[in-house]
Design a protein around this ligand. Structure first.
Ligand SMILES: [Mn+2]
Length: 303
């Protein structure tokens, strides 16, 4: 037997947390961009667990739609949490393919649970154009993909909180590349205690300095760092295939540097790649960007 590390891939093809359709096709597009082979070529063993069961939106009764798909999203996140906890327990690296960002409630809850059993903490670096820290009372749209970070911190949607049996610590959470925050959300963000770096901060300090601070913050007293990468954190010039594009985002190199530095910190435990919307993509460009980013997170270097 070789001593290769094993990556376990799980698809979470749900766009139920968003009002714009299409991110449910994300996992397929990322796989078609040759994810498994490329990770194997980098020297890892890869197990693809396939996709979670996600109900078809049109098959759900209208009452569920009125609740903005709370029940199915809950079930998806609960299943996903069991899966990522299992992957971590096996000593492997979970990579979750979204889906909209609501699935990160599940992927991260499972990883938190794994560390909680050993009395250890998890650090989180969340890359996103948005803060995803709304609650049902502050969210202008009510869409659950704008709420996952609040839920993980234990102050979010009551209907989802019980999935997060071990909360994320704000003092180990860093948010990067934000540039579009709802008014009420600004207050929540300032009061949350998490470390956030806006695009303005990245302009001013540079990505290298920002990542050094973010890793220091997420790594301080934690057993590892999870990267939750919303592809809309990248500028739509480089990754147009998203549901909610916001201009003025990360360059391709800034996005790679982010994951390269997390890898080099030797603290990376897992990744989410979410919000790819193949309907909005151009010739699968954004799906290929995601595969390349995953490789950077797994230690691919230029030379
Ligand atoms: Mn997001």
């Amino acid at each position: 037997m070789s001593n290769k590390r094993t990556i376990e891939i799980i698809g979470a093809p749900s766009d139920l947390g968003a009002n714009i359709r299409g991110s449910n096709m994300g996992p397929a597009a990322i796989r078609i961009a040759n994810l498994k082979t490329k990770i194997e070529q980098q020297g890892f063993r890869v197990v693809d667990l396939g996709d979670l069961h996600v109900p078809i939106r049109e098959s759900l009764n209208p009452e569920i739609q009125k609740e903005l798909y709370l029940e199915p999203i809950r079930a998806i996140c609960a299943d996903l949490a069991d899966i990522t906890e299992g992957i971590m327990d096996r000593g492997n690296i979970p990579i979750t393919l979204g889906g909209d960002h609501s699935v990160a409630i599940g992927s991260i809850a499972g990883i938190l649970r794994h560390f909680a059993k050993k009395n250890e903490e998890l650090g989180l670096i969340w890359i996103d154009a948005h803060a995803d820290i709304n609650t049902p009372t502050t969210s202008p749209s009510g869409n659950i993909h704008g709420m996952p970070l609040a839920v993980l911190l234990g102050d979010g949607h009551k209907g989802l909180l019980d999935i997060v049996t071990k909360k994320l610590r704000p003092q180990n959470t860093a948010l990067i590349a934000i540039r579009n925050i709802d008014d009420e959300e600004k207050r929540i963000l300032r009061e949350s205690g998490i470390k956030f770096f806006t695009m303005r901060d990245i302009d001013e300090k540079g990505m290298f300095a920002v990542m050094r601070e973010a890793i220091e913050h997420a790594g301080n007293g934690t057993a590892g760092i999870h990267a939750s990468f919303d592809i809309d954190g990248i500028d739509p010039r480089y990754a147009p295939g998203v549901s909610t594009p916001v201009s003025g985002g990360l360059t391709l190199r800034e996005a790679h540097l982010c994951l390269e530095m997390i890898y080099e910190s030797k603290k990376l435990v897992g990744m989410d790649l979410v919000e790819l919307n193949p309907i909005a993509d151009v010739n699968a460009q954004s799906a290929h960007v995601i595969v390349d980013l995953i490789l950077s997170g797994l230690g691919k270097s230029i030379v």
